[in-house]
Write a protein that binds this ligand. Structure first.
Ligand SMILES: Nc1ncnc2c1ncn2[C@@H]1O[C@H](COP(=O)(O)OP(=O)(O)OP(=O)(O)O)[C@@H](O)[C@H]1O
Length: 271
């Protein structure tokens, strides 16, 4: 005979969120090698002989940006990455996106992660219109999908609110307008894993509110969202979990409210 607890579970089998891991970061270290930290660049022949003999360049210095970070992220989570300047947040995000190979450890992802940075590569000489199409295709949308979502993307970005800017080259946009268009292109698609670097800190208050709403929708569409931000308010409004990095190590991982509170105590001021 089934006990009470079991029968409750079978009556509502789908109410509890399935814990499907989307990103597993396992003991990841990331080291940058910075060349030319001493003297000039040296001659071409000396560089060639270094390559042949596999010696490193004189003055090459290592920057150990991420030091042994491990965590697992699950479907439906929105995770904030917080920490002081240079603590390794952007580096970790790039590693999850597959853009930087870990020097040690491994990153596993389910599906294709998309990194949405304020520096995402759009072509400044092309019009906003062409960039929407190319950006959509680059994210893996079909031509048909780009065509059907084009108007929504432009409307979401608000680029055309003060005139027909979408038919002008992107180099004529303000940095906020460019960031809004990048966010709108990336947010037009549901992502398995969406990585956002400071995107919410650009754009005006109205656009920030709209992008937060879109992130909430993307979460509902069952992806996982990572958000790097220096705005603790954005983290609290958008994320349910936070990772606090300091000097490349993971100092705390837990509910966003608790982690942000500890970080605020550490920094000694509210942001
Ligand atoms: N391309 C690079 N080459 C060499 N060192 C780098 C490079 N990018 C970042 N670093 C170094 O790696 C460390 C972590 O940088 P990262 O940009 O990941 O920090 P962050 O937490 O995102 O900082 P911020 O909050 O200032 O954006 C820093 O010491 C930085 O100097």
């Amino acid at each position: 005979m089934a006990d009470k607890r079991q029968s409750t579970e079978t009556a509502e089998p789908f109410t509890e969120r399935e814990r499907v891991p989307t990103v597993v970061v396992d003991g990841v270290h990331i080291t940058y090698t910075v060349h030319g930290t001493k003297g000039g660049r040296g001659s071409a022949t000396s560089a060639l002989s270094r390559i042949v003999s596999r010696r490193s360049a004189p003055g090459a210095r290592e920057v150990h940006a991420v030091k042994g970070v491990s965590f697992a992220a699950y479907k439906g989570e929105a995770i904030g990455l917080i920490g002081s300047n240079g603590s390794g947040k952007s580096t970790l995000l790039k590693a999850i996106a597959g853009l930087l190979p870990p020097s040690r450890g491994q990153v596993f992802t389910r599906g294709q992660p998309s990194l949405l940075g304020v520096n995402a590569a759009l072509m400044s000489d092309l019009t906003g219109e062409r960039n929407v199409i190319l950006g959509g295709l680059a994210m893996g949308m079909s031509r048909e999908q780009v065509r059907t979502r084009y108007d929504d993307i432009v409307e979401f970005s608000g680029i055309n609110e003060k005139g027909d800017f979408i038919s002008l080259p992107m180099r004529t946009y303000s940095s906020g307008m460019g960031a809004r268009l990048r966010f709108s292109i990336a947010a037009a698609k549901s992502h398995d894993v969406l990585l956002i670097d400071e995107a919410l800190s650009t754009g005006d208050a109205r656009f920030q509110r709209r992008s937060q709403e879109r992130i909430t929708e993307l979460r509902a569409e069952a992806g996982t969202v990572f958000l790097v931000s220096h705005s603790n308010k954005s983290i609290l409004e958008t994320c349910d979990r936070a990772l606090w990095l300091e000097s490349g190590t993971l100092r705390m991982d837990g509910p966003a409210q608790e982690v942000v509170a500890a970080y605020e105590e550490f920094t000694g001021k509210k942001k």
